[in-house]
Design a protein around this ligand. Structure first.
Ligand code: PLP
Length: 384
């Protein structure tokens, strides 16, 4: 951080009574305060825990790396700060196995366009990351949506059955691992079962946006399937663990022939600042671990509070979780707005499960305080 920025931040810190905070933590609390976004929401007052963002923002080394890239701002064909090499080394893949995007959302759309344009369908569970399904519909295809199991896991035998029965209609299978909005992982042996059980040439998009938050040893990344040459596309993002959502950077890893098919549909354009920041974030293992540890600590505190109050929460491996509020979440989310707390939207058919992103400790205390106002009786007390 430059000297002038450092003094601005420390001045702000003193003024706001946050003098003891590290600069990045301080920025997490102040940076959004200067902006307003659509709907007249003043982001300086709300606890914004509705979009699964990283509330701490990029680490200092990532911000420094982005600042060092300004000198390239007027150029085309700039260096990338070591991003491509970093991704190759991380996954043990070649350059032609990687497709960069302005966010992994771009890659998800590119997969949808590549394999559903002209009427094919994406097969996946509901609820999941719905943009994949809506994009398939937008390009003239459709979505075949299958229910989750009662324990909110993905029903792999069912997906295999549908993939085989309706193979000619299907453009690709979508597996969000861990799943958004439930926060539940697909164990490694289930991923293998799926890949072994569906037609061998059917593409599978495995969305690992929340990979970095996972602790469960039953989970494993699906990158090795790419190395085996299976028709698997794994997507990753810098929006979550690296805190770069607004900077827009993500990528897909797939066999070279699949990357070749997809690349005509991608913009091939990401800004130089985020490339440098992304490269630095791959090297910043300590920063990643800090965010992961904070997330787990704050998430588990909040879940324990909710459970002690008698509310069921789906165990989560991500930076969000779902709590069963036993009422329609549309109304409940509106009520949270009165307390300046922004929480999740409905994820049909789980209309009574509220998705809550894990914010800072302060934000989660505000969430719990609002929760107790909105639900004045503990669920366990009501049941007694
Ligand atoms: N995949 C999942 C499961 C997500 O939840 C999101 C965003 O929240 C994305 C992909 C897209 O993220 P981005 O485009 O910021 O990389």
């Amino acid at each position: 951080m430059s000297l002038s920025r450092r003094s601005l931040v420390s001045g702000l810190a003193a003024g706001l009574g946050y003098a003891s905070l590290r600069p990045t933590e301080l920025l997490a609390r102040t940076r959004i305060g200067r902006f307003q976004r659509g709907g007249g929401i003043d982001l300086s007052v709300v606890a914004k825990i509705n979009n699964n963002e990283n509330p701490y923002g990029p680490s200092e080394v990532v911000m420094q790396a982005m600042n060092s890239a300004w000198e390239w701002a007027n150029r085309y064909g700039t260096p990338d700060g070591g991003l491509m090499e970093g991704i190759q080394a991380l996954h043990g893949v070649e350059r032609d196995n990687i497709l960069m995007g302005a966010g992994s959302g771009e890659i998800l759309d590119v997969v949808g366009t590549t394999f559903c344009l002209g009427g094919k369908k994406v097969l996946g569970v509901e609820p999941s990351y719905g943009s994949v399904y809506s994009h398939a519909r937008r390009v003239g295809g459709d979505a075949i949506l299958r229910p989750l199991n009662a324990d909110y896991s993905q029903n792999i035998p069912d997906l295999i059955q549908v993939a085989n029965q309706r193979a000619s209609e299907i453009g690709f299978v979508y597996l969000c691992n861990p799943n958004n909005p439930t926060g539940v992982v697909v164990p490694a042996n289930d991923v293998r079962r799926l890949l072994d059980g569906i037609p061998a040439d059917m593409p599978v998009l495995i969305d690992e946006a929340y990979h970095h938050f996972i602790d469960d040893p039953a989970y494993a990344t699906s990158i090795p399937y790419v190395l085996e040459g299976r028709p698997v596309i794994v997507t990753r993002t810098f929006s979550k663990i690296a805190g770069l959502a607004a900077m827009r950077l993500g990528y897909g890893v797939a066999p070279a022939e699949i990357i070749d098919k997809m690349s005509p549909f991608s913009t091939g354009s990401q800004n130089v600042l985020v490339k440098f920041g992304g490269a630095a974030s791959l090297r910043d293992i300590e920063g990643q671990e800090r965010v992961k540890a904070l997330n787990i600590k704050v998430r588990e505190w909040t879940i324990a509070e909710l459970r002690a109050y008698g509310y069921d929460v789906i165990p989560s491996q991500t930076n969000f979780f779902m709590v069963d509020v036993k009422r329609d979440v549309r109304e409940v989310a509106q009520e949270f707005r009165r307390f300046d707390v922004l929480v999740g939207r409905p994820f049909s058919p789980m209309d009574q499960h509220l998705r809550v992103s894990v914010g800072t400790e302060d934000e989660m205390r505000r969430f719990m305080a609002a929760f107790r106002e909105i639900f004045p009786t503990a669920a366990n007390a009501a049941a007694a």
